[in-house]
Ligand binder design. Structure first.
Ligand code: DP6
Length: 393
């Protein structure tokens, strides 16, 4: 970098897909949830956000570019993250006057996803996690990922879970000020490295009702919702932690599918009702149920976020059955790279093939990935900025 007065750091952050869903805010101001949630972090080889955070006395305003286009940062969420990170940096500078006063400089953030934004693929989670991680690295903060998760949560709830790899819980907390509403790692990716995920991209269009709006409507109007938040989810959180500790895929699958269905049920129970799943999503449910029925045990688990895309978890041990069936339905779809050439497009014995056709036409891409690591540091020379602190061409 020719201009020495531009400071910068770059980090990547992963997507996470919840198996026990966050849906409902206890406080919209603090962005605290009505229930705890738990997710699997997906590999950054396939899905990640990379963000360069830079600051300089020469920058005139805070700015953000996402996939090359300028984005507003004057929203309450981004501002809350900036303010908290600057306060932590300021505290460091107060203790050590030899440090450059980065907390007083404007920030330029340049961010790129390797997957479609707002497709229900948790882009806000990876986005805010990378945003917070990159600024924390720029400011040389010593805070732990759990402490940083408190900040990322204010950007987007699910983002707090993307500060870790592996299996991650967001504990809702009980304090009025939200201070104990934090993410913790339940198990690292090395504990259960054979967890795989097949993402069926059913639509990469921007979603209709945003999670933020949808969940507030659910909390306000669904009569099923209090039972989900107060009774069903707390029990499932404990059962899910145990299933992960024991690498018990059948229980993991049962809980994952039940919780996705419960989440979409409270959406349907919202007034007016919210529909995220479509006919192709339901076809994916039927295919997974039929795989499990014909296999005689649960070898695959579907889950859907606030959009129609299916995420299907499976253990590598059952790759031939699960991917074989998905390949049979979607072999012509982009995403079946050479890496999967050895998987025979075949269904398990006794599988009723009538379920395949409704899925076949509706999937635009498959992303075959697995459990992965938390945010990673990127070397200085790979920063996304040019010498003026703008996006590198
Ligand atoms: C269905 O984290 O996007 O993906 O906090 O309002 O930004 P905000 O919501 P967001 O909601 C995610 C909802 C979900 C379930 C989950 O990831 O747990």
């Amino acid at each position: 970098m020719a201009n020495p007065s531009i400071y910068h750091a770059t980090a990547t952050a992963p997507v996470n897909i919840a198996v026990i869903k966050y849906w409902g805010k206890a406080s919209t101001k603090l962005n605290t949830p009505t229930n705890s949630s738990l997710s699997v972090t997906l590999s950054q080889d396939d899905l990640r956000t990379i963000t360069t955070a830079s600051c300089s006395a020469s920058f005139e305003s805070d700015a953000l570019w996402l996939n090359g286009a300028p984005h507003d940062v004057n929203n309450a969420r981004s501002q809350a993250c900036f303010a908290e990170l600057r306060a932590l940096r300021q505290a460091k500078e107060d203790k050590d006057s030899s440090l450059p006063p980065l907390s007083t400089y404007k920030l330029h953030l340049i961010s790129e996803n390797n997957f479609p934004t707002a497709a229900g693929l948790a882009s806000s989670a990876a986005g805010f996690a990378a945003f917070v991680r990159a600024i924390a690295d720029l400011y040389e903060l010593d805070e732990s990922p759990t402490e940083l998760s408190r900040i990322a949560r204010q950007g987007s709830g699910s983002a707090c879970r993307s500060l870790f790899g592996g299996y991650v819980a967001w504990e809702k907390g009980s304090r009025e000020d939200g201070h104990d509403s934090l993410a913790v790692q339940v198990a690292p990716e090395s504990h259960w490295p054979t967890m795989r995920a097949a993402v069926l991209v059913i639509s990469d269009a921007k979603k209709g009702v945003s999670s933020t709006t949808g969940m507030q409507a659910t909390v306000a109007t669904s009569s099923l919702f209090p039972n989900r938040a107060n009774v069903v989810v707390p029990a499932r959180m404990e059962a899910m932690k145990k299933a992960i500790a024991e690498k018990d895929f059948e229980t993991f699958a049962e809980l994952t599918m039940a919780d996705s269905n419960s989440f979409h049920a409270v959406c349907l129970d919202t007034i007016p009702p919210i529909f995220y799943m479509n006919d192709t999503s339901r076809a994916a449910v039927r295919v997974v149920e039929e795989i499990n029925r014909s296999a005689g045990k649960k070898v695959a688990a579907y889950t859907f976020d606030a959009g129609p895309n299916a995420v299907i978890y499976y253990d590598e041990a059952n790759q031939d059955i699960v991917l074989g069936t998905l390949k049979k339905a979607t072999a012509a779809t982009p995403g079946w790279s050479d890496k999967y050439a050895h998987i025979a497009a075949a269904v398990p014995e006794g599988f009723n093939e009538v379920f395949l056709e409704p899925l076949a036409g509706g999937v635009s891409r498959v992303i075959l990935t697995g459990v992965g690591s938390g945010p990673l540091k990127v070397p200085k020379e790979d920063a996304l900025i040019d010498e003026q602190g703008n996006p590198r061409p």
